[in-house]
Design a protein around this ligand. Structure first.
Ligand code: 5GP
Length: 184
């Protein structure tokens, strides 16, 4: 049985995702021209987005990664976040763009922003592929670039997982309810 058989509905196809990323990258290339920004992303969910976005950007950039504990194997946010891997580079005086897969309640991004802001970057903004705005708790996030708004449903694919699976789907979709309930 193929991984894609567990998907009830495709929200964004591979072509739609890539088109949107090209447009976001063009905008970032214009906005950050001559600043050599640092793109920071969070493992593992933003891995594919970071890879495609950074390759579509046409100005000099550097990239760095953090890893945090997020939902664990659950599908509901606790807001509790722990840093497992910190950045390799110093960000003081740098123009930093936090590259996120999805912003849901915003609690994770808010924690990351506070951590990064304490290191005095020249600027700090967010680029998120998906925005689940209906569930936002923290509404002060500097989201400068957003790919797509998503409904209040649990989505997988293109980096996003359910129990560590489905990250390698090239599209983004909603899981069949029986798949979610069978794993509870
Ligand atoms: P927040 O702290 O904004 O509520 O949650 C952010 C994190 O929750 C994301 O980085 C992601 O790991 C996880 N998350 C939120 N919504 C979804 C979703 O629909 N699907 C998946 N796979 N993860 C999600």
């Amino acid at each position: 049985m193929a991984l894609a058989d567990d998907i009830a509905r495709v929200l964004f196809t591979e072509a739609q995702i890539q088109d949107r990323i090209r447009a976001m990258a063009a905008q970032i290339s214009r906005d950050y021209a001559a600043t050599a920004p640092l793109l920071v992303s969070v493992l593992k969910g933003a891995l594919y987005f970071m890879a495609d976005l950074s390759r579509a950007i046409t100005i000099p950039i550097t990239i760095d990664f953090m890893a945090i504990t997020s939902y664990g194997d659950e599908t509901a946010s606790t807001g509790a976040v722990r840093l497992i891997k910190d950045l390799d580079e110093k960000i003081t005086g740098r123009h930093v763009l936090l590259v996120e897969d999805i912003i849901d309640t915003g609690l994770t991004a808010d924690y990351l922003l506070r951590t990064l802001r304490a290191r005095d970057p020249a600027s700090l903004n967010i680029c998120t592929l998906l925005d689940k705005a209906a569930r936002r708790i923290v509404d002060t996030l500097p989201i400068q670039y957003r790919g797509f708004e998503v409904p209040d449903e649990f989505v997988v694919g293109y980096g996003l997982d359910h129990r560590q699976l489905y990250r390698n789907l090239p599209f983004i979709g909603v899981l069949k309810p029986e798949v979610v309930s069978a794993s509870r």
